[in-house]
Design a binder for this molecule. Sequence first.
Ligand SMILES: [Zn+2]
Ligand SMILES: [Zn+2]
Length: 374
Amino acid sequence: MQRFGKYLWIIVLLAGFGLCRPSAAWAHDDICAICGRPIQGTIYLMTDKVTGEKVLVCSDCIKLPLCSICGLPVKDNGVALPDGRHLCARDAKTVVLKAANIEQICGQVKDDLDRLFSRFTSFPTNVDVTVIDRIDVDSMFYTEGNGSESPDLLGCIRPETVNDTTRYKMSLLIGMPLAQLKETCAHEYSHAWVGENVPKERRARLGRDAEEGFCEMVGYLLMDSQNEEVEKKRVLHNHYTRGQIDLFIEAEKRYGFDQVLDWMKYGVAAQLEPGHVDALRDVKLPPAKSVASSPAIYSRTNKPAPAIIKLDGVLWGSRPVAIINGRSFTANDLNPVKVGGTNVIIRCLGIQKTSVRIQNVDSGKEQELSLPAN
Ligand SMILES: [Zn+2]
Ligand SMILES: [Zn+2]
């Protein structure tokens, strides 16, 4: 559940030192991108991790501290954070440095996620957000005994259960660019969604990279909805999920978000495989009584269950709710309903003012239910 900016130091080292060449091989007007002076001596080729651009750096500037966002050396016009990180002047303008702002932005992210995916699900409300810096990250890893070098963590989330009540503690790194902060927050919210919605038995079989891929996909789709192209690129280019992110994006495009959610909850495979994204349709629904229930807004009574599936009512609004055999459904919901002495799992395909279209998940049969005319 911890996320890292990928291979920051490795890339810098390769770009900075692996590819350095003597200046003799270059024209004499090579200019250092950091100090703006002609380069004498060794030229270092570095990659700006924000723009993806390759830039030339002189042997003086290569010794400067590196920007924690773009990875390039920071001249005197940069910003030094209290936790030891440095930001170049350009990237300092894009980062969020106030804890109160980070908490407020996270609240907005949760609202944006709920709106974006309102047809399919909602995200947990039992989440507390705290802000951490590099020193907190270092101490987290020091106390966990993972050695002295802590990874480049952007955020993490962990459940805490007290007296049967679970709350998720989300930690986000201060000093991320706004779009990256939003994506990271959406990613961590998705872990909380998994914690709240995926049955324990399925969670034990679900691959770690697959869960991370799912969370990255949610963050990616949020960024897509807000036209954050640079952040979308960053998500696709990091190797954090070992390729699962690309497969999840492909699967979502092909089969839809609701099918991805079903696979997360009831899928057979531990992760998605290249060339076999169609395995997303292999879901094994548990016996009806243990299907995770959505909160019913219709009070259930002790009356015997009807012998047929029938539409009891429709609550019409921006998000219509249908009551079927005493059970509430929004579009795309999958729930068991009591029919006679047994449970039947049905999916609500669509809701009209006086009718609903449903599918019997076991048989695949679709049918239309209408309100009794009276
Ligand atoms: Zn220079
Ligand atoms: Zn920078």
